[in-house]
Design a protein around this ligand. Structure first.
Ligand SMILES: *[C@@H]1O[C@H](CO)[C@@H](O)[C@H](O)[C@H]1NC(C)=O
Length: 312
């Protein structure tokens, strides 16, 4: 409450994505459809994993957790973006802006940690199959998932600590459709050069670091599979290719965004839309597309849901 006295700025204004009416309509239809499908697809994965005893294994539990986080990834920015598309004055309050920054960083870093855990799970399954059940015990899985939450919360709080006391007195226009931290900091009326550097370094370091860890683990897994190529390896490789696709889709735009401040604002916005809507929408498709077990289980859950509605 005291904050409001210092800073004259109590709300921010988004410039949004475009001024063209046609593109707005297109974006509205496109992102609404993707958002709804993303919610449905990820909920279906969670339901299937929870209700199907055949899928009660670490790999699928982690996949369900990824789906849960993907729901968050798209819900942090997408509904607001759709809501703002046709508003003349796209205003967001100071508090909502900071909240959005917090959740973007919480969920983004949780997703990265979870992708690393999933890579570790595949590494153990493929490279140390005899120890799989002892290493990835239910207890260990829960420990990993809790660790992902804790790391996410710490990262998000650290980012907030940097910005929460910044004074805002001048311009309050963000050329974006969500509160992204780098642009937010630039609006503060103090010298923020070092802060900008720190925030970019923090997020850049985490995303590039996780990306490198993931790449190394995939290379190790692929080399191991090639050395002992046997019957099971093609199945292993097909799950792995799904993981790699997801990782590239998630990190590609992100790393580009943080390490390569683009002169084209449109490119930045496009990449942000990509990570906010398209990646969380694609994840369930990528993971289930080539996974027979998952497809069969989904059909079973769907038919059960239909039968349930007939009975009741
Ligand atoms: C996330 O993973 C944990 C540990 O394996 C599991 O108990 C939990 O059910 C998963 N959460 C979801 C939403 O599937």
């Amino acid at each position: 409450m005291e904050k409001a006295n210092y800073s004259l700025v109590t709300e921010f204004i988004f410039l949004g994505l475009t001024n063209s009416w046609k593109i707005e309509v297109f974006l509205f239809v496109f992102s609404s459809i993707l958002y709804v499908s993303c919610i449905m697809g990820n909920c279906l994965i969670m339901l299937t994993v929870i209700y199907d005893p055949h899928l009660h294994s670490p790999m699928y539990f982690l996949l369900a957790n990824l789906s849960f986080i993907d729901l968050g990834v798209s819900s942090v920015t997408c509904p607001r973006m759709i809501y703002d598309l046709f508003r003349k004055h796209k205003v967001i309050s100071f508090g909502s802006c900071v909240t959005q920054i917090f959740f973007i960083h919480l969920i983004g870093s949780m997703e990265m940690v979870l992708l690393i855990i999933m890579a570790f799970d595949r590494y153990v399954a493929i490279c140390k199959p005899l120890h799989y059940l002892t290493i990835m015990s239910p207890r260990m899985c829960i420990f990993f998932v809790v660790a992902a939450w804790i790391i996410g919360i710490i990262h998000a709080i650290v980012q907030l600590v940097f910005v929460i006391d910044l004074p805002f007195c001048g311009p309050n226009v963000l050329d974006s459709f969500y509160c992204d931290l780098p642009r937010f900091i630039k609006l503060a009326c103090t010298d923020t050069y070092r802060l900008q550097f720190m925030v970019t370094a923090n997020s850049g370091f985490i995303s590039v670091g996780s990306f490198i860890v993931l790449l190394i683990s995939y290379v190790v897994i692929i080399l191991t599979v090639q050395k002992h190529s046997s019957g099971g390896s093609s199945k292993a490789l097909s799950t792995l290719s799904a993981h790699i696709t997801v990782v590239v889709l998630f990190f590609g735009p992100l790393i580009f965004f943080y390490t390569w401040p683009s002169p084209f604002i449109y490119l930045d916005k496009f990449l942000a839309i990509f990570d906010a809507i398209i990646t969380p929408f694609l994840n369930p498709i990528i993971y289930t597309f080539r996974n027979q077990e998952m497809k069969v289980a989904m059909k079973r859950v769907c038919s059960q849901l239909v039968n349930f509605r007939k009975i009741s």
